[in-house]
Write a protein that binds this ligand. Structure first.
Ligand code: GAP
Length: 439
């Protein structure tokens, strides 16, 4: 344990911590909960937002070849007919004839996980899209679907973005947002839920460059998880066997994380060829192409798609950050979250509740708040407060004590090393920037 390993069932520990400390609550709990839906509490909403912001920063802000989009969640059947989702976005379902439990046929190897029976009904196709109705009048014209992926918005807006952004291939459109799938077997906390968030890039390239960009994006996305603190031995890349590829894909590689139940998908990077633009061109009658003036040539770009789950990535970051070690003879649990992901970056802690400390403590808080996500906590002993901040992953604590009134200095404590240094209030912003600006 001294080396920071974790005893016992880490998934249980994370689920408990998430609930106890306000990261993730089961949804509608006062009504007994609603299976596979979760609410993100005060720390969870911040962590999830930080994951999405870190993705946006890397995929949009730091590049000049990607633009953003926030498309509608509701869309008409025509979009999903063209994309292939109405026809092929299905799971094969079987019912156990003995205990009547319903399963995904491809997940159970012919044996009922509940009762062991091998006697099942014929498999039926079950479409994973949530169907609803737009407006008060029922009927074919009113059918709408909640998007099962954000990707289609990038294809249907291809011409508008080409015309307004002045980008040309190779360029990408990025989107972060909710997607919905009526999963038959939602499981493993927020790993697979019916409502979740995706972070997707559709990167449009000249067909001859598709393979190079496919490899580029596999490497770039793999590095993103490493840079945000997931160790290399908890990640791997897995290229799909050509016979297992989705209907649109010419090649797919998954970034996998070592979840407690084994390696499993975090993100898929696919070479979608010209499948999507061609399908929407044919179905809508609107050409979705690029005219290359220099070559005097019109072509349908190929698409390289890195498609990640924000909620799933958040779960991986939580699992990976969770450690137990020993500090001053006591076991502590600590989330070693990356500086960019930590829900609270700095906790300002007056040593005592005494009113003398409040003025200077609030001055320090006001100095830091415009730049960093801060917490202010005056309850309980300072040792208990450090543990509480460690447990939710706060990288730095700034403690204000009675000496601060005279020397105008505070103590900065580091979550990972527990080292403490005295820093003048005047130099505090510079000190924090020195420690974190490169992250
Ligand atoms: N546009 C391609 C696409 O949506 P996908 O592999 O079906 O590809 C991409 O989804 C990512 O979205 C997955 O790697 C996963 O991280 C996340 N994801 C998919 N279904 C999910 C679910 N039911 N719950 C949580 N995350 C999910």
């Amino acid at each position: 344990m001294a080396n920071g390993s974790v005893d016992g069932d880490v998934l249980e520990k994370i689920i408990n911590l998430a609930k106890r400390r306000g990261f993730i609550f089961p949804s509608a709990e006062i009504y007994g909960g609603f299976r596979s839906t979760y609410d993100y509490g005060p720390l969870g909403v911040q962590l999830l937002r930080n994951v999405k912001n870190a993705w946006w920063r890397s995929m949009v802000q730091l590049r000049d070849d990607v633009v953003g989009l926030d498309a509608a969640i509701l869309s008409p059947p025509a979009v999903w007919a063209a994309s292939g989702h109405l026809e092929t976005f299905t799971d094969p379902l079987v019912d156990c004839k003995k205990c009547h439990e319903r399963w995904r046929e491809d997940k159970i190897d012919g044996v009922c996980p509940k009762c062991g029976s091998t006697d099942f009904t014929e498999a039926r196709a079950f479409n994973l899209m949530f169907k609803t109705q737009a407006g008060p009048v029922e009927g074919e014209g009113a059918t709408a679907y909640l998007r099962p992926e954000t990707a289609q918005g990038m294809f249907t807006n291809f011409n508008s973005i080409l015309a307004t952004s002045r980008k040309k291939p190779p360029f990408g459109i990025a989107q972060v947002g909710k997607s919905f799938r009526n999963e038959i077997t939602p499981q493993n906390f927020v790993f697979r839920t019916r409502e979740f968030e995706q972070m997707e890039l559709e990167f449009f390239v000249p067909p001859a460059e598709a393979e190079t960009w496919y490899r580029y994006w596999i490497e770039t996305r793999y590095q993103w998880y490493l840079q945000l603190g997931i160790p290399a031995d908890e990640l791997r890349l897995l290229e799909h066997d050509p016979k297992d590829l989705s209907h649109y894909s010419r090649g797919t590689t998954d970034v996998e994380y070592r979840f407690p139940w084994g390696f499993d998908e975090l993100e898929g990077i696919a070479n979608r060829g010209d499948y999507d633009l061609t399908a929407h061109s044919n179905a809508s009658g609107v050409k979705l192409e690029y005219f290359d003036q220099a070559a005097n040539e019109r072509y349908t770009p190929y698409v390289i798609e890195p498609a990640a789950g924000a909620t799933r990535a958040m779960m991986a970051f939580l699992l990976s950050a969770y450690h137990e070690d020993e500090v001053e003879g006591e076991v502590r649990s600590v989330l070693r979250l990356h500086w960019r992901l930590a829900p609270t970056q700095i906790a300002v802690l007056p040593l005592s509740k005494k009113p003398e400390l409040e003025g200077v403590s609030r001055e320090v808080l006001s100095l830091l708040q415009p730049h960093y996500m801060c917490d202010y906590d005056v309850t309980q002993s300072i040792g208990r407060r450090y543990r509480r901040q460690d447990e939710v992953g706060t990288p730095l604590c700034v403690t204000v004590d009675f000496d601060s009134l005279d020397d105008r200095a505070v103590t900065v404590r580091d979550r990972d090393t527990t080292e403490q240094v005295r820093v003048p209030i005047e130099g505090l912003l510079a000190e924090i920037s020195r420690r974190t600006a490169h992250l």
